[in-house]
Design a protein around this ligand. Structure first.
Ligand code: SF4
Length: 180
């Protein structure tokens, strides 16, 4: 008799502060239990450069703010059965979308001209192109589960992930809330 294959889990970091990944790591010793249930096939926490094919669950932190982000999230969606938007940036845009009312010229002028004391110039080479507005994941791809919070508490992340891995639908609203 052979063991059933482990679930393939990925995590991805779009435009966010990494606080949601830090909260994920705050599950502490439960990560050993998780390691018994899943194979982590892609994540900023491990050294794999290319997003693989046939991923069962991907947890995505952060919003979409560049042309590169759009390519990445579409690639992730195509290869993933179940996509979780983790945290307020992924769910609503949150902090990352605070630039939206000012426009790209407004924030560039503020950062690289008004607030610069020397070498006033915008970065131009080898950088992703900023979108006119930052948007949450669901505006670009289908999201299966939204987990709000800034960041969502580790206990909530643990409950959501383990419920999903068990084939059940987590009651996310009972676990976490926006801005928490
Ligand atoms: Fe950081 Fe909060 Fe955004 Fe998570 S939701 S990436 S903790 S700002």
């Amino acid at each position: 008799m052979t063991d059933s294959p482990k679930i393939k889990l990925a995590t991805a970091w779009m435009d966010g502060c990494s606080g949601c990944h830090m909260s994920f790591l705050d599950i502490d010793e439960r990560i050993i239990t998780l390691a018994g249930l899943v194979d982590v096939v892609y994540s900023p926490l491990i050294d794999i450069k290319e997003f693989p094919e046939h991923v069962d669950v991907t947890i995505v932190e952060g919003a979409v703010s560049t042309d590169e982000d759009i390519v990445r999230i579409k690639r992730i969606r195509k290869a993933t059965k179940l996509l979780i938007a983790l945290g307020d940036c992924a769910v609503t845009g949150n902090v990352t979308s605070m630039r939206n009312p000012f426009g790209i010229d407004g924030i560039m002028d503020r950062a690289y001209d008004e607030n610069a004391t020397i070498q006033k110039q915008r970065p131009s080479a080898h950088l992703p192109v900023l979108l006119d507005r930052v948007c949450p994941l669901h505006e670009i791809v289908k999201v299966d589960v939204h987990v709000p919070g800034c960041p969502p508490p580790a206990d909530a992340i643990w409950a959501v992930v383990t419920e999903l891995l068990a084939g059940r639908t987590p009651d996310v609203a009972a676990l976490t809330r926006f801005g928490r």
